[in-house]
Design a protein around this ligand. Structure first.
Ligand SMILES: [Zn+2]
Length: 177
């Protein structure tokens, strides 16, 4: 499972100790997590998703600053999702310019309304992205929103490293939003 360290933390002492033992690979604001839950719930029981925009900080952590939704021409079904590529590209470009070149594509997100971890197809698409120079992200991140029970969504964070998808520690910041 992904350890979501909340800053400031409000879990039990054991939760905090376990979370601190995991290096934080991904950081996002609580408002962004709220957006992911809202979008996932809105399209449920079909899948939805989009791309993650942000930057890599001096510690190598991926900081997600914006979520791009599926777009008007996305394909949603119970077990498949294909985002609207033109929409994603236009939104990434817009966010890149709005941040004066700091924020760019960092990875993908999508929902699994029937729960379950990354599929064979998910691994294949992350591998393809990591090898595609136009993305400029050899180690893209992936957030999967798993519906554990209605209407609860469990976020899990991954990163494509080398030749495989590894689950990573993540942190939600509630300050500065
Ligand atoms: Zn999937």
């Amino acid at each position: 499972m992904t350890w979501w360290r909340t800053e400031p933390t409000n879990g039990s002492a054991d939760d905090v100790a376990d979370a601190l033992a995991q290096p934080t690979a991904l950081v996002l604001r609580a408002t962004i997590m709220g957006q992911l839950r809202l979008e996932s719930q809105r399209k449920s029981p079909n899948e939805t998703g989009g791309v993650l925009v942000g930057y890599v900080d001096e510690n190598g952590r991926t900081v997600v600053t914006a979520v791009v939704g599926p777009g008007p021409n996305a394909v949603h079904s119970r077990s498949r999702f294909r985002r609207d590529g033109d929409y994603a590209q236009a939104e990434v470009d817009r966010l890149y310019h709005a941040s004066k070149g700091r924020d760019d594509y960092v990875g993908e997100w999508h929902s699994h309304p029937d729960a379950g971890g990354p599929s064979f197809i998910d691994r294949g698409s992350m591998s393809w992205i990591s090898n595609n120079p136009s993305y400029g992200r050899p180690e893209p991140v992936l957030i999967i929103m798993e519906r554990v029970r209605e209407p609860e969504w469990c976020p899990r964070a991954y990163r494509w490293v080398g030749r495989r998808l590894v689950e990573v520690g993540a942190s939600v910041t509630v300050t500065g939003c």
